[in-house]
Design a protein around this ligand. Structure first.
Ligand SMILES: Cc1ncc(COP(=O)(O)O)c(C=O)c1O
Length: 277
């Protein structure tokens, strides 16, 4: 096993990225290209693309299936289901069983995908064919995308710094089966700290987005004088993300903004695939 920080000097693609910008903050799209490049050169290595592909989403639906059983035990059912969205797998994991249940005639909760304002794939992206990686080694997939050449700014939720979105999550968004919102990182850390102080669990910066989404839903209920059941996915703990919490408490964590011109350029360079495909 080898552990590399992407972009690395170990791959042709990583070196090409660093040659253009030695301080490149990296992205999931670049890390995928480097991993695929290494895997194709080695007999003993295979690469399994995670997070966005159907089998990964299917695997994660155990989260929603268990949540359904727990809801039944509590004699309740969610009005809203919230998850953070990077590649889309934990969101799909918690939400797809509920979407399926709703499509088969059951109660239909609202599904809310929460993404970072600095990498707003579902809220600002195009629904189009694109590469899953920056170096264009993966097949094309139809998904919401900010363009494979889009580099998200270096905010502290690495797992959400991805230009694309799972095709199945994208399809559900296009069909109106789920909604998407985007929040800045400082507001998400505020929500995560509130959660940690109340629940004794330090959430991952990615999960802070789902917590922020759930809190916003609760505040809406309060404003509207409604009682609703809000279910959200706490996708991971933040034990390896203490540096970002330290920065937050030192007042050094700021909101990161992407460059609109860079987004426009990345969207303009999407592969040209005829609509009929
Ligand atoms: C804790 C955590 N939550 C969420 C995500 C986002 O991925 P996905 O949208 O595929 O669930 C990641 C990705 O690395 C993660 O580490």
């Amino acid at each position: 096993m080898c552990r590399l920080t992407s972009p690395s000097h170990e791959t042709v693609y990583g070196r090409s990225v660093l040659a253009k910008n030695p301080d490149h903050p990296g992205s999931l799209g670049i890390a995928i290209s480097e991993a695929v490049e290494l895997a194709v050169q080695r007999e003993d290595t295979k690469y399994a693309l995670g997070s966005v592909l159907n089998h990964v989403l299917l695997h994660q639906t155990i989260i929603g299936q268990e949540a359904m059983l727990q809801m039944q035990m509590a004699n309740d059912w969610p009005d809203v289901v919230v998850g953070c969205a990077g590649g889309g797998s934990n969101l799909a994991g918690i939400a797809f069983p509920f979407i399926g249940h709703g499509l088969r005639g059951g109660q239909k909760p609202r599904i809310v995908a929460v993404e970072p304002a600095a990498c707003p794939t579902l809220t600002r992206g195009k629904y189009a064919y694109d590469f899953g990686d920056t170096g264009h080694m993966t097949p094309l997939t139809k998904m919401y995308t900010l363009g494979s050449q889009f580099t998200p700014p270096g905010f502290h939720a690495g797992g959400l710094r991805y230009h694309g979105m799972a095709p199945l999550v994208s399809h559900c968004k296009a069909l109106g089966l789920l909604e998407a919102v985007a929040y800045d990182q400082v507001a998400c850390f505020e929500a995560g700290v509130l959660f940690a102080r109340n629940e004794g669990i330090v959430p991952a910066p990615e999960s802070n987005h789902a917590i922020k989404g759930a809190i916003e839903e609760a505040m809406r209920c309060k404003r509207e004088g409604k009682a609703e059941t809000i279910l959200f996915c706490l996708s991971g703990h933040g034990h390896f993300d203490m540096t970002s919490y330290q920065k937050y408490f030192a007042g050094e964590l700021t909101d990161e903004h992407y460059d609109e011109t860079e987004l426009a350029l990345a969207l303009a360079s999407l592969p040209n695939v005829p609509e009929t495909v």
